[in-house]
Design a protein around this ligand. Structure first.
Ligand code: CS2
Length: 496
């Protein structure tokens, strides 16, 4: 690794120093968007820089997109697949050039065979994924047979469009070529992401061919991972920062300096020594992932929905508001932390304070509208799983109820000043029907709680759940975000 002189704005530029010519296509990354650029490739790059072992020096990555994003991959190719990662907070700016990507592939540009053919290369060892929650096409942890993409892919399995269909067809070709298995590495914000991915892949494979499913079961590993780095979608502010650093907008991404990757160490065909880049290997990722999904992502969803209603456009603005900040801290420590199963020495107060400091980062414009996208896919693990714990224990959960109420109010498509809010969600069609068919009030809440893909039947039938969410919703609509938060802040702590 080589540090260069400070240039222009006050920052260090780091260039990797490993030999690029030794890289081969050992990792195929599906879903090469902003997060993958700033997270996975940076970690891989630092690993390659840190490794002294020649046999560890060939871990190159192929960047794959399946749907949109041809232009992004074209831009990457123009720069010889190199890109820049600018990590900034209120104290520091660091810029790193990342060289670990060796090729790009998009089925719409290169043809499906160019993608599937890569599964039959013996050196391929890891297929990593950042395809977002909805990319797994699951429901209750199993493949959703009613998902439109899955229905299509099962009808034409050799011409798949979903990531799950691509993986299964790729593995079928790999098996037919007499090659060994590999690792499918989920890097999405789902509880037990490896297990969910495995279930989706195996369900899909079984629907095609039992023998293929058995081969996958025996030869392919699906470690669970917890990934963490805040990487907003690149917008005009981000482009400006890149420009001030002398980087072309399509050659870089902006993110926070912090990052954490906790990974279960089950790699069927080997892996780079990621610990050189600070990655933690564990035998069970669940405690870490619950902590992150509930305390970080749960607060994100809470702030995003309430912030959207209150007219706040970024997370930094939200935590700049004393009421929202106090509510987020209360949510983390009083309602999420007690539902976690971490070893006692884990200091969750310090974790919560560190999260609030990260959320306050004014250099990132992390949009509440971006985080509110696809909330139907996020609510179960971020807010509903901890609510179930409270229902079982009889402990209070007023902020979690307000978070759910906030989403229900957000879905009605208007903020408190009457401005339109965009609903980007795979369930948008159904939600819009419910909004149109129910006047605002208890009937609307009950109809939304009937969305079984979000609220499983047992939860929707739980009288405490329904009445507390309904009460939170009615107060939120009557009083507005700030008055509701103020009352919460004043309320004495009481048992349920
Ligand atoms: C966010 C996450 O968009 C969202 O839903 O909560 O992308 C979050 O920024 C990352 O998980 C941070 O690691």
């Amino acid at each position: 690794m080589q540090k260069l002189e400070k240039k222009g704005d006050d920052f260090d530029r780091t260039l990797p120093t490993y030999e690029r010519a030794t890289l081969r296509e050992r990792i195929l990354h599906i879903g090469f968007g902003a997060f993958a650029r700033a997270f996975l490739t940076t970690i891989l790059d630092e690993t390659l820089d840190g490794t002294g072992e020649p046999e560890n020096r060939d871990w190159g990555m192929v960047a794959v997109r399946l749907n949109s994003g041809v232009e992004d991959l074209d831009a990457l190719e123009r720069d010889d697949c190199r890109h820049w990662v600018l990590a900034a907070d209120d104290e520091s700016t660091e810029v790193r050039r990342v060289d670990a990507v060796v090729a790009t592939c998009h089925p719409l540009r290169d043809g499906l065979a160019a993608l599937l053919g890569r599964f039959t290369r013996p050196e391929l060892a890891i297929v990593s994924l950042t395809i977002t929650e909805k990319g797994y096409c699951t429901r209750d942890g199993r493949l959703d047979p009613g998902n439109a993409g899955i229905v299509r892919d099962l009808a034409t399995p050799q011409a798949p469009g979903t990531a799950i269909g691509v993986i299964v067809e790729g593995l079928r070709l790999r098996r037919a070529a007499g090659l060994a298995g590999l690792t499918v590495l989920s890097c999405d914000n789902l509880p037990e992401n490896g297990h969910v991915c495995r279930a989706a892949v195996l369900d899909f494979a079984r629907a095609r061919d039992e023998g293929l499913a058995a081969w996958i079961e025996a030869n392919v590993s699906f470690p669970c991972t917890m990934v963490d780095r805040i990487v907003p979608a690149l917008d005009a502010d981000g482009r400006d920062m890149l420009a001030r650093a002398g980087i072309a907008a399509d050659a870089g991404i902006v993110c926070e300096p912090f990052r954490q990757w906790v990974v279960e160490d089950y790699f069927a065909a080997g892996r780079p020594d990621f610990s050189l880049a600070g990655v933690q290997f564990v035998s069970d990722v669940r405690p870490f992932e619950e902590m992150k999904l509930r305390m970080l992502n749960g607060s994100h969803t809470f702030l995003a929905c309430l912030g959207q209603l209150a007219g706040l456009s970024t997370i930094a603005e939200c935590v700049g508001d004393p009421l929202l900040r106090a509510a987020a801290r209360g949510l983390m420590l009083e309602e999420q932390a007690p539902t976690l199963s971490l070893p006692d020495e884990h200091d969750l107060d310090a974790y919560a304070d560190a999260l609030l400091a990260r959320f306050s980062n004014s250099r990132l414009k992390h949009r509440t509208s971006q985080i509110a996208t696809d909330t139907s896919q996020k609510l179960p693990q971020r807010l509903l799983a901890p609510i179930r714990r409270h229902l079982a224990a009889g402990t209070p959960w007023p902020r979690l109820a307000l978070g759910v109420a906030g989403w229900l109010a957000f879905c009605r498509g208007k903020d408190e000043a009457g401005n339109a809010l965009a609903l980007n969600d795979p369930l948008a069609g159904r939600i819009t029907e419910i909004v149109a068919g129910n006047t605002d009030g208890p009937a609307y809440v009950r109809a939304m709680l009937g969305l079984e893909a979000v609220f499983p039947a047992d939860l929707a039938a739980n009288a405490d759940f329904v009445s507390l969410v309904e009460a939170a919703y009615l107060e939120l609509r009557r009083e507005g975000v700030r008055a509701t938060l103020a009352r919460l802040a004043d309320a004495p702590r009481s048992p349920a």
